[in-house]
Design a protein. Structure first.
Length: 137
């Protein structure tokens, strides 16, 4: 007997295989979009931290001392923050070395936190030393 074409079983099997393949592609696409969003948030938070550090580095020593030991960053001071969901950001300025014997250097740490799409709280920090006369001796 000569068969031409495909039977119902073959067609159903092909549909199931195609469906599984498309589901895999869909899941991979969703996962890559989630990873891309996480990377974008990570880059955004580092940009916020870098901006704050550069702002402090360009300040005079008396202005740095007047900032106190800690302050919060808002989206009005740094518009890039508004792109992070549920953000919070702060700057800590401490003596360096920690014993406080040197009044010419400070450790500046910027913390940026946000909620990722999976509902996890993520925090990035960036630390730099700031000297009274910069790199000059």
């Amino acid at each position: 007997m000569n068969k031409s074409g495909f039977g119902l079983v073959e067609v159903m099997l092909a549909v199931v295989i195609a469906g599984i393949s498309f589901c895999g592609i869909y899941v991979m696409s969703i996962q890559s979009l989630r990873i891309l969003r996480m990377a974008q948030n990570e880059a955004q938070s580092l940009q916020v931290a870098q901006h704050e550090l550069e702002k402090i580095r360009s300040s005079s020593w008396s202005a740095i001392l007047a900032m106190g030991s800690s302050y919060s960053i808002s989206a009005s001071n740094n518009p890039a923050l508004s792109q992070l969901a549920g953000y919070s950001a702060k700057v800590e300025i401490n003596s360096f070395p920690p014993a406080g014997t040197n009044n010419n250097m400070r450790t500046v740490t910027v913390y940026v936190s946000w909620w990722d799409p999976a509902g996890l709280r993520i925090t990035n920090s960036m630390t730099s030393l700031v000297a009274r006369k910069g790199m000059l001796k």
